[in-house]
Design a protein around this ligand. Structure first.
Ligand code: 5GP
Ligand code: MN
Length: 348
């Protein structure tokens, strides 16, 4: 049995909000991933089947690797369709904010949304949501925003509108946000939600292969290079660091999404339980962290890298040079493991 974890009053409030409006905008965090796209597109599909004019607007483009998610082509992308995006938001009577916990995660979309009167509904599973939302449905203990969207629909009695296409979208988010059912999926109810989604009979194997096991030749070569030549291990601290600078990315014709799962790879090594990946993007250093067990990379990303996320998967944007970001990583080592790190410095 899937427990009704969302307060009945919140569900009633949401029902009243949805019933009272026609035009609904749905958005998610910048650099949308499988969960951000899956949850927004599934909700959009269900709301449309309910007769609403629902539109998904994202702060920037989905990566090529996620173009297979049903409905991606209909998304209004702020960086591409600025006028259209403005029009959708100005016109919207209700705004859903999915898979992010603070308006600073949606880049320039925040400026568009902030002055608007339309109520904002948060549906999210990141830690520490801020108070920019009129209705806040936040469950950091859940696997994914997709799982939470399913639970919202279930408690609202709207599951009959969840068709095969919407189910495919939810599957993608539940799959990718758990690293292929590897972490954040210990709650048996996760599989009950999955069972219900599976009854919609979508092409699971094709979606799995596209989401988890499809890389361009350039991407595979870049990952091989990164692991072979750029992976530094710190066994005493259970850590791994991979750094890719601009020239290395250019050499492998880097496209967004090409390094999506790279940060997970070092965790395959026994004794390595946290992994950091630093990538020199045009406007910032993108930080990605993963961990196993109780070691919280969310704490590291929020304290040192202007970011956040979850205990075992977090990220951030670092302003500064790639060398400065590497220095910050060494500072993290020194702060968290003072004894071992000091000893190593003396031995060098
Ligand atoms: P990734 O490493 O795949 O980019 O992100 C892992 C997790 O950390 C995701 O849940 C993502 O939402 C979160 N995250 C990534 N980058 C940032 C960031 O710049 N700020 C915050 N607050 N969270 C981030
Ligand atoms: Mn998510």
């Amino acid at each position: 049995m899937i427990s009704p974890i969302i307060d009945d009053k919140v569900i009633e409030r949401l029902r009243a909000l949805i019933n009272g409006v026609q035009r609904i905008a749905i958005t998610c965090h910048k650099s949308p991933d499988g969960d951000a796209l899956g949850s927004t597109l599934a909700l959009c599909r269900v709301l449309r089947r309910l007769g609403k004019d629902a539109v998904v607007v994202t702060p920037d483009m989905a990566p090529k690797s996620l173009e297979f998610v049903p409905g991606v082509r209909e998304i209004v992308v702020l960086t591409k369709h600025e006028m259209r995006a403005r029009h959708v938001f100005n016109d919207a009577q209700l705004i859903f904010c999915l898979d992010f916990n603070s308006l600073n995660r949606i880049d320039r979309l925040a400026e568009l949304i902030e002055p608007l009167k339309a109520p904002r509904v948060l549906i999210d599973h990141h830690l520490n949501p801020d108070d920019s939302f009129d209705v806040s449905i936040s469950f950091p203990e859940l696997s994914s925003t997709c799982e939470l969207v399913f639970r919202v629909l279930m408690q609202m009695g709207l599951l009959r509108f969840l068709d095969r296409q919407a189910a495919s979208c939810l599957y993608v988010g539940m799959l990718t946000d758990t690293g292929g059912f590897a972490y954040s999926c210990d709650n048996p109810e996760f599989y009950e939600v999955m069972a219900s989604i599976m009854r919609r009979r979508f092409d699971r194997i094709t979606l799995y292969n596209k989401a988890m096991n499809t890389f361009s030749a350039d991407s595979l070569r870049l990952q091989g290079y990164a692991i072979n030549e750029k992976m530094q291990l710190f066994p005493e601290q259970g850590a791994s660091l991979i750094v890719l600078d601009k020239s290395e990315l250019e050499r492998f014709n880097y496209n967004r999404g090409d390094t999506e799962t790279l940060v997970n790879k070092p965790l395959a090594i026994p004794g390595i339980y946290w992994s950091v990946f630093l990538r020199e993007d045009p406007d910032k250093i993108k930080v990605s962290c993963r961990s196993q067990g109780e070691f919280s990379v969310n704490d590291i990303c929020s304290r040192y890298f202007n970011g956040g996320g979850h205990k075992n998967a977090a990220g951030g944007d670092f302003t500064g040079t790639i060398d400065e970001a590497v220095q910050v990583f060494h500072q993290v080592l020194a702060d968290l493991f003072p004894a071992t790190t000091e000893q190593q410095t003396q031995e060098q």
